[in-house]
Ligand binder design. Structure first.
Ligand code: G
Ligand code: G
Ligand code: MN
Length: 508
């Protein structure tokens, strides 16, 4: 999964969280808005009901007028009702669908197409007079074929429809027709987006479309806070995931995993005795084959392990794994072999190394394996009483010390003086090209001189050619290690070769 760049993954995470959070917030705002619209429509219904109620009052006032012709008195009477009842525009007396007496046209007969309605009902129809696209809301009350038709004031109606907040396209639906806030007649249509509320009293419906214009300014302070929190949360989580993903791709993280999964495998490079030309020892060198990245050089992971306190565990596991390979390699017949383990300065600050060595010796007691510890040149071992005590105990266990890469880094005379090692390893820096370089030859000669004075053996590292072997042998080196003899091989191979008596590729 971490093949994708952590930055890309984290950014995607940011986008997904922001999008999901944004959608949730939007949904919440919409719901809140819809509730507000429903509330407004209910209020609107109440206002409209009050207006329409005036039509019913006007009808009540007509009492005996319907069915009694259209005398001047009757005309006067209906005009008086119109003038004195609020929200009423016209009052017409009709028989069936024929108006015979009207507050506007007086005694005049004209047909009016009435929708099929109940006895008392509201209906919408174009204005009788002027603009036919504009509506007239009519209320009809019928009794025994005589009916009263009331035209309701469209101005009052439009005022009421226009006053709904958070909503666009507010319509009053009456039967199959609707009227909007501009007083236009439309065909009523259904739409999932529209919110519709039925009015309690007069059987019409009110509908509106939510007007969600989402901008920072349209948000309430709480919604703004929620939006800011979503962005902050997304940023925070993206940053955490970025750090986590990045850590997963670092060598340190992979090294920790490699230790847990036992991906670090011990290899052993044979060490040849100069006098006999036989393999008498080997240096244990860890190899890390990462399943995806391939081999990772110890020069990269060992210093990292040292910096992050992992080296002691690595050393312990290394000793354990060599011990178990050795124990299963049926080595009891063979001649003595000294195995050198590289140990960092850190290892000398705890008793762990001592315990690991003891366990190694217990596990391999039936073999003739011995172990030695190579102190690396990378950092220096502290000069404390505890370190000295540890060295004494190692000595008592018959575990010699060896100074690795003598003459480089921290592998110097001071170390020689303090630890009295049994072996000094001459760094490949000095062995490479020694046959042509008198300075190198001089240094090596001196190292050998000091070593013999101190009863130390010398192991020349990085020996690659026959002429190097010749020169080093002439200078008195006691052991050789290098590609000329053998490369490091898997621990199991080393022990198998030891059993079979194959020590190295070349004889000298
Ligand atoms: O041959 P190679 O490239 O493995 O060796 C590189 C360095 O890695 C050597 O200098 C050696 O000190 C170090 N090294 C290899 N294995 C170990 C180990 O088990 N412990 C420590 N401390 N160092 C090791
Ligand atoms: O612990 P130390 O730094 O001494 O480890 C020895 C290192 O030298 C290891 O990395 C090992 O693989 C490497 N090595 C062993 N033999 C040869 C050799 O003949 N030539 C070169 N160049 N490196 C060698
Ligand atoms: Mn070494």
């Amino acid at each position: 999964m971490y093949r994708l760049h952590p930055l890309f993954l984290s950014f995607m995470m940011f986008l997904v969280i922001t999008a999901c959070g944004g959608l949730l917030l939007l949904e919440k705002i919409k719901n809140k808005n819809n509730k507000a619209i429903i509330h407004s429509l209910v209020t609107l219904g109440n206002s409209l009901d009050r207006i329409i109620n005036h039509a019913t009052i006007a009808v009540e006032r007509t009492t005996t007028l319907p069915g009694n012709g259209c005398s001047n008195d009757i005309q006067m009477a209906i005009r008086k009702i119109v003038a004195s009842t609020p929200d009423i525009r016209t009052l017409n007396l009709a028989r069936g669908d024929e108006v015979y007496c009207s507050s506007v046209f007086g005694k005049n007969r004209f047909a009016i197409d009435l929708p099929e309605t109940r006895d008392s009902a509201l209906f919408l129809r174009p204005h009788i007079t002027d603009d036919t696209t504009r509506s007239l809301l009519m209320y009809r009350a019928e009794q025994h074929g005589k009916s009263v038709l009331i035209g309701i004031d469209d101005y009052a109606l439009q005022q009421a429809l226009g006053g709904v907040k958070h909503a666009a396209e507010v319509n009053m639906i009456v039967g199959t027709l609707a009227v909007n806030a501009q007083g236009e007649i439309l065909h009523a249509w259904r739409d999932a987006q529209r919110i519709t509320v039925a009015a309690p009293q007069f059987g019409y419906r009110l509908s509106a479309t939510p007007a969600v214009t989402l901008s920072w300014h349209s948000l309430t302070p709480r919604d703004r806070l929620a939006a800011a929190c979503i962005v902050l949360l997304a940023t925070g989580l993206a940053m955490v995931s970025y750090r986590y993903l990045q850590r997963r791709t670092t060598l340190l993280f992979m090294l920790r995993q490699a230790i847990d999964k036992q991906q670090l495998r011990p290899f052993i490079q044979p060490i040849v005795e100069a006098s006999s030309g036989k393999v008498v020892a080997g240096e244990v060198l860890l190899r890390w084959a990462h399943p995806r990245l391939g081999p990772i050089a110890p020069d990269r992971f060992i210093p990292l392990a040292e910096q992050h306190g992992l080296i002691s565990r690595i050393t312990t596991l290394c000793l354990q794994s060599v011990a178990s390979v050795a124990a299963s390699s049926e080595l009891n017949e063979q001649t003595e072999t000294m195995l050198f383990f590289n140990v960092s300065a850190d290892a000398f600050t705890s008793q762990q190394i001592l315990e690991s060595c003891q366990r190694f010796l217990q596990q391999t007691h039936m073999t003739r394996l011995r172990i030695g510890l190579e102190m690396t040149e990378r950092d220096s071992v502290e000069d404390t009483a505890a370190v000295n005590a540890l060295c004494e105990r190692l000595d008592a266990l018959g575990i010699p010390l060896s100074i690795d890469d003598f003459g480089t880094g921290n592998a110097n005379y001071h170390q020689l003086m303090r630890f009295r090692p049994r072996y000094i390893k001459i760094d490949k820096l000095f062995t490479a090209g020694i046959e042509h370089d008198t300075a190198k030859a001089t240094i090596v000669r001196n190292i050998i001189a000091i070593a013999s004075e101190m009863h130390c053996m010398t192991i020349a590292e990085g020996v690659e050619t026959a002429s190097q072997v010749e020169t080093l042998a002439a200078l008195g080196v006691s052991h050789f290690q290098g590609y000329f003899f053998a490369r490091p091989v898997a621990a199991a191979t080393f022990f198998r070769d030891r059993r079979a008596g194959i020590g190295h590729r070349r004889e000298i």
